[in-house]
Each structure stands twice: as structure tokens, then as C-alpha cells.
Design a protein around this ligand. Structure first.
Ligand code: ADP
Ligand code: MG
Length: 709
């Protein structure tokens, strides 16, 4: 491959200075192609343009300065820990620099050379000190490097200098290849810079203003691409297939009324309203596309049940898809309970269902006897042939990808009514981008009689009190969950610190559910029924444990996050999360949602011995509010798409520059521009559109592409 062949899709390995080994390291950062380097944006910048003479350094402030290393650095090693000391001077004054645990720096610090330093300075009389400063050699050549230093996320073996050099090479090759992605009228209207300027300046800025200009462009570009692709999708959906209209004869209506009266509770106002919306939607001859949103515990399940019951009564079939086998089994049991002695024709199909039973179920599906099929993604198998599939319900939609949504839609040649349930509190702005094509119903209020959950933080030093609390709750006849992170469920990458050393110690501290279960069952809780649940157990075992827990045969359930989603046991009043710093905000919120589901007071205890930084922020937020919408909003403000929406698992492409919360004001502008663009080129077949689609593909990856694009 020659240099001339390099384009945006070229694997990074073929760039000069990047070989197989570097390419492997870059892979860990999600960088595979030249394009990925362009969009590997700095996390932050250090402005070294504001250097001060040493004698002007201030106490307890982060500052930049230029200084020469006076003597060869002194290195001390103590119990495997390395500390490096060096004296720095600029002629006006001197300062002591100390680096802890960075032995590899020893050879980088060369005496009599001049460097830029940046770090937090402390002053004690005339004695200045700076701990772990970052530094960079000062160029002596004419061509001064910029004083604004981009700081990139790192991985083991890769240093800032390496990344900067590699990104720089990529820019030199790729900038001339970039075509303008945004329609000219839009760029002009919003006063956005040229694409090559934006990518150049985000990586190699000379002033902070340039970064702002570049960032503005990149935010618009990213949101535009996302919205445009989904916009086309939405248009395609309008050319809809016809669907089965679910209408009720007066006899059916009476049956339906009986079904509602059989429920073990009266519907809340919100539940009744949402049910009404759904029944209206599915009575039409074109497909419903509705999202039901409600915080954990708000009572979404019954709404889905009633929709499926209405279809069954009218003689049509429905499927209900849950993200885990545990949850699917639980829903199946709940629906059966709701039905009582009335048989609507319900079946459960899981990946683990024995072949013989599967065949029997498939025969019932084919004959139309099965009206409601509950299961995991196994419900979508091609082997399930539905003669009259009218409705598809997806529970906990955030657990499924957008892609799966497309698969569902393509499954049948007539339109299928789609109902999606989500506990993820999707702020309106985000909903606009993601579910622009969906109608949204919200269940605002919780069923009557709920008592707000109290949330506390503890450390392992207080284990004794936590055990006492468990004994107290179980003594009252209630049940408790204890959730532990499982070592092998966690990604190794999560432990890599900035300089890439694997923090083994962190791993050793983590508790696996199995060992904690054993220590409790044989120790302080030996007189109770303690159960264990984790992802590695066989499906049948898991179901048995869940059933035992629901029936009260287990007092305390030690588990991994397999119980995170959807599990419902109103008698459970205590949730203990061990090593809670290891869990993201949305997971913690989901876990807490397992309690407080009945009319009993309940408590959530977040145990952690690493109460600092992000973990502290997160745990404090959890202790302050139980409102999922508030948590999500705060999280987005702090961390872009944040824990709630940051991962692919949530079915949303990862944003690299824009923050849907902070940059929400851009969305209406983009919305208008896209309408304009689609008016001129409805099928996106023009040259400009092709460039845009190519950019979308590069930016978000093939998996987010609608097949027809
Ligand atoms: P989620 O919205 O998290 O899926 P569920 O549908 O599982 O919530 O409901 C949570 C709990 O509240 C369940 O135990 C359910 O039986 C109960 N519940 C639902 N609706 C009502 C209601 N109208 N009155 C009383 N309890 C209800
Ligand atoms: Mg649920």
C-alpha cells in the first residue's frame, strides 16, 4: 500500500509510524481506521500560553511555567514504589518537582534541558513544590509548537506524545480528503467553519478561541448526521404497510372488561389513560408505534398485558420480548396470575426451552392457539410462524439495540403494532432525536401507597450494622437483595488508569457474589435462607431461585446485576449494593428500583470503600434523589450522554463530541435544516446526500445504518 492509497477507511496500521503493535494498542481505544483518529477528540486541553516566572507562582493553584532541570533527577525506591525528585529553575527562583509511581519518567527527565511544566504548586515560605507535573520538552527550533496541549484518553503503553504524533500524521494525510458534510446553506446560516479547519483545530489549536470554533462545527456535524439518518428512517416508516386493526365487538368488549376487573388492583389514572391510547392506536389499520415511558416501579407491565389481552380477545396474536430469561419467566408468571382461570392462550419460549417443548409451542403458534408468546429474543426466531401476529411488545427497550427494532419491523409483510416499554428516563431532547418517529406515553405517577425509598452510603467498616439491618428486615418477614460486582463480568479496561498500569489491587478488593454468599450463609446469616443468583447459572436454576425468592422461600438473595432489570417482588424492602462505586448511575437506579414496589417502607444501602471522584458524585446523587428523570438529567449535564445513554447496550450510538443535554438548543435548528434538505432530495440520492451518508457511516459505524440507505 502506498501513501497515495490512504483514505479515511484505511486501517491505522498502514499509517507511517504505526505498526501492528501500535495498531493493537489503538484498538483498545476504539481506533481502527484513519477516520477514528480524526474523531478521537482530546478530552481536554492544557493552556501553557499563560506561563509565569517561578517567583510569581502561587500557593495551591494549577499553573504553567518554563524551567530547566538543574541536576540529574534523584530516584528513591521504597517497597516497590518509585519516587523521582528533581530541582527546576528558571533563573529567578527554583522549585522542587516530585513524581510518584512513574519510574519510566526517569529517562525522560534530562538535566540542563528546558521544559514546559504544568501542575499544582504548593508553597511553604520560600520553598515551592509541584507534585506529578505534566511536562513537555520545549522546541528549540524556529517553529515553536503550540502552547495549547491537547490531552487524549490513553491506554496501556501509549503516551500523550505517541497519540499526538499519530493523530498529527493522520491529519496530514486525511484533511485534504474531507468533503464538506453539511449543506452549504446550513453552514452559512449557522456561521460554521470549514470541515478541514474544524478537524485541524480540534487537534492542533493555537488559541482557545480556535477550539471553540472547531467544537461548534463538530457538535453541529455530529447531531446533524444522527438526526438526518434517523430522519430518513422516519420518512420510510410513513410509507407504511397496513396492519391488523384490533376492534372489539360488544361481546369482546365485555370480555375485555372482565379481564380488567380480574386484575389484583385498580389501574392508576395514568395506566388507564395509556391503555386507552394504546387501544385507540391498535384499532387503526396502520401500525402503532408507541413508547411507554415510566420510572422503575411505575407499573408498565399491566399496560402491556392489557394491550395483548385486547388482541387475544379479538383473535390476534402478540409477542412480548424481555431482555433476560429471568425477566421473561417472571412476566409469564405475572400474566398467568392476571388471567386467573381465564385462558387467553399464553406460552413462554426461551433459548433454553427443550427442543421437544419448543416444537409443541411452535405448533400452537402456527395453529393460532398461542395468542400471547412471552420470551427473550427467541420470540423473533424465523421458526415461529405466526398466522395473525398483530402486536409486538418490547420490555426494557433500552436493553435492545436500534438494530433489533429494525429487525422486528422487517419481520412481517404486514405492519405490526409496536409497543415499547422503557424505564430509562429519556429527556425530551433525546427523545426527539431517537424516537422522533414514535408516539410517547408517560406514566408519571406511581401506584398509590408507595413510600419513598431511603438511600444511605456505608463503608465495609460498618458491615456489622448492615447485617443487623438485614436481620431486622427479615425479622419483620421482609426480604433483601445483596448485589455484588462479579470480577469476570467487569471489563479489564475499566481498571486501566491514565498511565496504563493495571490496578491489580482494585480487582482483589472486589467481591464475587459466590464468595460473599458463602461467607454469609455459613457465617452471620446461617440461620436464614440465603439464596444465590448469577449469570453463569443454568437457566432452570435461575428460574428456580427467582421463583423461591418470589414465594418467600429465600430471605436474602445474593446476586450479580442479573436482577437489575425488571424483577418484581413487592415484599423485598432492602437493597444492599456492595462495591457500589463499580456500578454506573443507571444500573444503581435500576437496582434500587427492585425495592419500594409495594406499600412497605424500604431502604437502599450503597456500600463503598472508594468514595471519591466520579463514584462520590454518583453515590451522592443517588442519596439525594430517587427520581430517575432528575438523575438522568444531572448525569447528562455532567458527562454528556452519561451513564444512562453512553453505552451501545442502550441502543444509542455513542456521541463523540455533542452532548444532547448541553447542546439541546441546536436540535430545532438542525430539525429545520433537515426538513429543507429532504424537501430537495427526499431519497438522499444527490451528491451532497451521498457525502453525508458516507460521513454517517464513518462516524457511527455500519451497524446504525438502515439497510436501505
Ligand atoms: P415497572 O414499570 O417497573 O415495569 P411493574 O409493572 O413491574 O413496574 O409494577 C411494579 C409493581 O407495582 C408490581 O408489583 C405491580 O403488581 C404493582 N402495580 C402495578 N400497577 C399497580 C396499581 N395500579 N396499583 C397497585 N399496584 C400496582
Ligand atoms: Mg418492568
Amino acid at each position: 500500500m502506498t501513501m497515495a492509497d490512504i483514505d479515511l477507511a484505511t486501517p491505522v496500521q498502514f499509517l507511517p509510524k504505526v505498526g501492528e503493535k501500535r495498531a493493537k494498542q489503538l484498538e483498545k481505544l476504539g481506533i481502527y481506521r484513519v477516520y477514528d483518529l480524526l474523531t478521537f477528540f482530546p478530552r481536554r486541553y492544557e493552556d501553557w500560553s499563560q506561563c509565569v516566572p517561578l517567583f510569581q507562582l502561587e500557593h495551591e493553584k494549577e499553573q504553567s511555567f518554563i524551567a530547566t532541570i538543574v541536576n540529574p533527577p534523584r530516584i528513591s525506591r521504597n517497597r516497590g514504589k518509585t519516587t523521582i525528585f528533581a530541582t527546576l529553575s528558571d533563573g529567578t527562583c527554583s522549585i522542587q518537582a516530585v513524581w510518584f509511581n512513574q519510574p519510566y519518567l526517569a529517562e525522560k527527565i534530562k538535566p540542563h534541558e528546558e521544559y514546559f511544566f504544568h501542575g499544582r504548586v504548593t508553597r511553604d515560605g520560600f520553598h515551592f513544590q509541584v507534585v506529578n507535573p505534566v511536562f513537555d520538552q520545549r522546541q528549540k527550533s524556529e517553529e515553536q509548537t503550540s502552547l495549547i496541549q491537547p490531552i487524549y484518553p490513553l491506554t496501556s503503553g501509549l503516551k500523550q506524545g505517541h497519540i499526538r504524533a499519530i493523530v498529527s500524521t493522520a491529519l496530514d494525510r486525511a484533511l485534504p480528503l474531507l468533503s464538506e458534510v453539511l449543506p452549504p446553506f446550513f453552514r452559512k446560516e449557522q456561521k460554521l467553519c470549514a470541515i478541514s479547519y474544524a478537524y485541524e483545530k480540534i487537534h492542533r489549536p493555537e488559541t482557545m478561541e480556535e477550539i471553540d470554533i472547531a467544537r461548534k462545527y463538530l457538535v453541529f456535524e455530529e447531531l446533524f448526521l444522527l438526526r438526518a439518518a434517523l430522519g430518513v428512517w422516519k420518512q420510510e416508516q410513513k410509507e407504511m404497510k397496513s396492519s391488523f386493526p384490533i376492534t372489539a365487538s360488544s361481546e369482546d368488549a365485555q370480555t375485555f372488561k372482565n379481564i380488567v376487573e380480574k386484575l389484583p388492583f385498580t389501574l392508576t389514572e395514568d395506566q388507564a389513560k395509556v391503555t386507552h391510547d394504546i387501544l385507540k392506536d391498535i384499532s387503526r389499520p396502520y401500525p402503532m408505534n408507541r413508547l411507554v415511558q415510566g420510572d422503575v416501579g411505575s407499573g408498565k407491565t399491566v399496560v402491556a398485558y392489557l394491550a395483548m389481552a385486547a388482541c387475544a380477545v379479538a383473535g390476534y396474536q402478540s409477542v412480548f420480548m424481555a431482555p433476560t430469561a429471568v425477566l421473561a419467566s417472571q412476566h409469564y408468571a405475572t400474566f398467568k396470575k392476571f388471567m386467573g382461570d381465564m385462558d387467553l392462550g399464553i406460552d413462554l419460549i426461551l433459548g433454553s426451552t427443550p427442543a421437544k417443548e419448543k416444537t409443541a409451542i411452535r405448533n400452537r403458534i402456527k395453529s393460532g392457539e398461542t395468542k400471547i408468546l412471552v420470551g427473550t429474543h427467541a420470540v423473533l426466531s424465523d421458526k415461529n410462524e405466526f398466522p395473525s401476529l398483530a402486536l409486538m411488545v418490547t420490555d426494557e427497550q433500552h436493553r435492545f439495540g436500534v438494530k433489533q427494532r429494525a429487525a422486528q419491523e422487517e419481520k412481517s409483510d404486514h405492519g405490526i403494532h409496536t409497543l415499547v416499554m422503557s424505564a430509562t428516563p429519556i429527556p425530551r431532547t433525546l427523545g426527539l432525536v431517537l424516537f422522533g418517529d414514535m408516539d410517547v406515553s408517560v406514566i408519571h405517577s406511581m401506584p398509590k401507597g408507595r413510600i419513598p425509598i431511603k438511600t444511605f452510603r456505608t463503608s465495609s467498616a460498618e458491615d456489622g450494622r448492615v447485617i443487623a439491618t438485614i436481620r431486622q428486615e427479615v425479622g419483620k418477614g421482609h426480604q433483601a437483595y445483596i448485589v455484588c460486582p462479579m470480577i469476570d463480568e467487569l471489563q479489564e479496561d475499566a481498571y486501566e488508569d491514565e498511565e496504563g498500569t493495571l490496578a491489580q489491587a482494585v480487582k482483589a478488593d472486589l467481591e464475587s457474589a459466590v464468595s460473599y454468599y458463602e461467607s454469609l450463609a455459613e457465617g452471620p446469616l446461617s440461620d436464614m435462607h440465603v439464596g444465590l443468583l448469577h449469570g453463569k447459572m443454568k437457566a432452570k436454576e435461575k428460574e428456580q431461585v427467582m421463583a423461591d425468592f418470589s414465594e418467600g422461600k429465600i430471605d436474602v438473595l445474593v446476586s450479580t446485576t442479573v436482577i437489575e432489570v425488571g424483577v418484581d417482588n413487592p415484599n423485598a424492602t432492602l437493597m444492599i449494593v456492595r462495591n457500589s462505586e463499580r456500578f454506573g448511575l443507571s444500573t444503581l437506579h435500576q437496582l434500587r428500583g427492585r425495592i419500594g414496589r409495594g406499600n412497605l417502607p424500604s431502604a437502599c444501602i450503597l456500600e463503598t470503600d472508594k468514595y471519591d471522584d466520579v463514584a462520590k458524585e454518583r453515590i451522592d446523587m443517588m442519596c439525594e434523589t430517587a427520581d430517575g428523570f432528575k438523575l438522568a438529567e444531572k448525569d447528562m449535564l455532567l458527562r454528556g450522554t452519561g451513564d444512562f445513554f453512553g453505552t451501545k447496550q442502550h441502543g444509542i450510538p455513542q456521541l463523540k463530541m455533542a452532548n444532547l443535554y448541553r447542546d439541546a438548543d441546536c436540535l430545532p435548528l438542525i430539525e429545520d435544516a433537515i426538513k429543507e434538505m429532504l424537501k430537495n432530495d427526499p431519497k438522499l440520492t444527490g451528491t451532497q446526500s451521498k457525502i453525508m451518508l458516507e460521513a454517517f457511516r464513518n462516524h457511527f459505524g455500519e451497524q446504525w445504518m438502515k439497510p436501505s440507505l
